[in-house]
Write a protein that binds this ligand. Structure first.
Ligand code: AMP
Ligand code: ZN
Length: 714
């Protein structure tokens, strides 16, 4: 499993230098992507929600301090994980994004302040801002496309840019009209909202599932997601799914001026709305109605009949919404005000430890199952040895656990009164539970590791899973289940074995098509899927190797720098010598830290790894190599101001500084705070001072506000 620390994480954000910030953002992008994939893609989280949030917060804090360093693949620009295979993919013409979170009244005041800072005319705190608030339904979001009033396609959010097509499944949901009512709709309109399951239907479904000996669902949200994402739509038809409409995607023409009006239109077209909703205003001083609404909904929560995890507050005027636009992955004009985390008490039956891909040991509390806000919880993460010690969590203890929304449950505290008399402190294991090797914890580090590498079956298997995962080799049909099966049968122990699977089929055991649950077609399909992935781009290949700290973005950095596998390997070999030019070169790559370089070189020091690399990519006994790793090809440049550096100075007439900046960034420009030789455009407003002077001295391109607006198209 990827580490939770990055190279400079012991330095406060304020103290980071720009090069350090750049490296750390690269690391964080990789680390967070990995955890997103585990959590959303495989439902297998590896770190606690608190650790995850801390990483996200640090990432955002660094980005806030160094806006120019925000990466294209920044976690703040991503939503969830990529779509699962098996469904056709649909690209969203208007991305399906996430929402920023608020947790208390102050966060809501800050939200309103943000609006006032962005929009010139709201600067005066006496100016009222009209808002709409709705319950935040806990289901999964859906985009339904209507052309001439007819439902044509439906897709899940997926990674926000691309989702899974679930049209046939959606046709079975009674709350969703297959034809819009009335005449008053745009020729093309994408209706968005939440697919969910009511509490009663959820309980009844679980009852039926358990009677039929099938798996039950942990919560209504999982039940809704599992029911919608069925390859066989007749199964979806039997599940009691419902839908609330609250938003829209692509539209051929505007159909409302306000959020409130849009809701009414959605209703007139035949959709259900999430109620109770409310419309009210706030001023700089007066938040009474907003706060009252939140409390009302919190009181009604248990009686609504469906689960919600907060309220969503949106700016009512749609022209304001479009001006406010987005900050990376969430709109500036809306926010989710979450309810406080739910807690419950239960008993720790025992404590076990898990071994991750990099050998990291994560202790887990196995609990007497308990219902926490509608979710049955039977495990909670204990993070690491110190955490257990600090909270003095023991087997047999009664503990308070908590979960908030989507996140991994954690232990808050021990109920000391209930501690059994015979209890004794938990002793952290000295040996790996999977391979028996002594565990190692380095000075000053919180995490404990099994350093047995590929000789540890747990790590070997985790690496295999990573190797075939979506952002790596992405081999369809080779998910966790089959990897586990092949591993247990001794058929696949190293990545090499995957690519010789077909050649060895039937060699020492019956051929795959004769295995239980397999047949001619499924075996063929798997072999074909493997065959298709024998060519792989360098950056994916590097990522697939699962080198500690080398996430997708670092893999890309390396690919961009070294261009070919051959050259990369050569240079890694030479960089072994710290006095070499190759080493200098490696650590000077923008985004590469010394710590990361060390992990990289460690990987190349391990003979087993080199053997695997050779076997995968070099010719064997005169046979073609198993894989072709293609060289890195740089992407073509996008729009005119994309990639250009812009500096704004002085007071602009039509836009606040924030709004000007946001627009430039949304067009792909980098907005810098100071003028340098590298600046492409300096946009000068009234009373510009030293920056304009410097720009003139440097002979930079200077634009008036008007000229700038023309350049970016109005
Ligand atoms: P999150 O996934 O926590 O970032 O929250 C964003 C998600 O909240 C959206 O993608 C929707 O699926 C969901 N949601 C639920 N109710 C609403 C609502 N009334 N307005 C907007 N989004 C909502
Ligand atoms: Zn081990």
């Amino acid at each position: 499993m990827a580490r939770t620390n990055s190279t400079f994480s012991n330095i406060t954000v304020d103290a980071l230098t720009e090069p350090q910030a750049e490296v750390e953002l690269a690391e964080l992008a990789g680390i967070l992507r990995w955890h997103d994939e585990l959590y959303h893609g495989q439902d297998q989280p590896a770190i606690s929600d608190a650790d995850y949030d801390a990483l996200v917060r640090r990432n955002n804090a660094i980005e806030a301090r160094f806006p120019g360093l925000v990466r294209e693949d920044s976690p703040s620009r991503r939503v969830g994980a990529s779509p699962a295979s098996g469904f056709r993919k649909i690209k969203h013409n208007v991305p399906m994004l996430s929402l920023g979170n608020a947790f208390d009244q102050q966060d809501m005041r800050d939200f309103a302040d943000g609006l006032r800072n962005f929009m010139r005319e709201l600067n005066d705190p006496a100016m009222a801002i009209e808002l709409v608030a709705e319950p935040k339904v806990d289901g999964l979001s859906l985009n339904i496309r209507f052309e001439r009033g007819q439902l044509v396609t439906a897709a899940t959010r997926g990674n926000g840019m691309e989702g899974e097509e679930v049209t046939e499944n959606v046709r079975t949901i009674v709350d969703i009209p297959s034809k819009l009512l009335g005449q008053d709709w745009p020729t093309v309109v994408e209706v968005r909202g939440e697919v969910y399951m009511s509490d009663d239907d959820f309980l009844a479904l679980n009852e039926r599932q358990s009677q039929a000996g099938e798996n039950t669902f942990a919560n209504p949200r999982n039940a809704a997601a599992g029911s919608l994402r069925q390859l066989d739509a007749t199964i979806t038809a039997k599940r009691p799914l419902r839908f609330f409409a609250y938003a829209w995607g692509e539209v051929s023409e505007p159909f409302a001026l306000t959020q409130w009006e849009a809701r009414q239109k959605l209703q007139a077209w035949g959709f259900k709305l999430n109620e109770p909703a409310s419309k009210f205003s706030v001023t700089g001083e007066d938040f009474v109605e907003l706060f009252a609404y939140y409390e009302t909904i919190q009181d009604k929560r248990a009686k609504l009949g469906f689960s919600i995890d907060g309220v969503v507050v949106k700016v009512n005027r749609l022209d304001w919404q479009s001006r406010l636009g987005f900050v990376s992955r969430s709109p500036r004009w809306a926010i989710a005000w979450k309810f406080p985390p739910e807690q419950a008490m239960t008993e720790v039956r025992n404590i076990s430890v898990q071994v991750g891909r990099t050998g990291k040991i994560t202790p887990v509390a196995n609990l007497a199952p308990v219902n926490v806000g509608g979710v049955l919880v039977s495990r909670a993460t204990l993070h690491n040895q110190d955490e257990i010690q600090r909270k003095d969590i023991r087997e047999g203890d009664t503990v308070v656990i908590q979960r908030a929304g989507d996140v991994i449950p954690q232990v808050v505290s021990v109920v000391m009164d209930k501690r059994p008399e015979a209890s004794h402190p938990y002793v952290f294991p000295h040996n790996c539970p999977e391979c028996g090797e002594p565990l190692v914890r380095n000075e000053g580090e919180a995490d404990t590791f099994c350093v047995n590498g590929l000789n540890c079956p747990a790590q070997a298997m985790e690496r295999l899973m990573h190797f075939v995962s979506r952002d790596a080799f992405d081999i369809e049909g080779l998910g966790i289940k089959n990897i586990e099966l092949f591993f247990a049968k001794g058929l696949v122990h190293s990545p090499v074995d995957i690519f010789t699977l077909e050649a060895r089929d039937g060699e020492s055991r019956p051929p795959l098509r004769e295995w239980e649950g397999w047949g001619e077609v499924s075996a063929r399909k798997l072999f074909d899927a493997i065959e298709r992935q024998r060519r792989i781009p360098l950056e994916r290949f590097i990522f697939a190797l699962g080198i500690p700290q080398v996430g997708q973005s670092t893999a890309r950095l390396l690919a961009r720098h070294y261009l070919s596998l051959r050259h990369w390997r050569e240079c890694m070999g030479l960089a072994e010598n710290q006095a070499s030019e190759a080493y200098e070169e490696l650590v000077s790559i923008n985004g590469m830290g010394q710590n990361m370089a060390e992990d990289l070189l460690n990987f190349f020091r391990e003979p087993k790894n080199l053997e695997v690399l050779d076997q995968l990519t070099l010719p064997n006994d005169g046979q073609e190599p198993l894989l072709t790793v293609t060289d890195f090809t740089p992407p073509a440049a996008a729009s005119a101001i994309a990639g250009k550096t812009v500096v704004f100075t002085g007071t602009l007439e039509t836009l606040s500084r924030n709004e000007a900046k946001a627009r430039a960034e949304s067009l792909g420009a980098n907005v810098a705070g100071s003028v340098s030789k590298k600046t492409d455009y300096v946009v000068v407003g009234a009373d510009a001072g030293s920056k304009e002077k410097k720009a003139r001295e440097l002979g930079l391109k200077i634009l008036t506000e008007q000229e700038w607006l023309e350049l970016i198209g109005g």
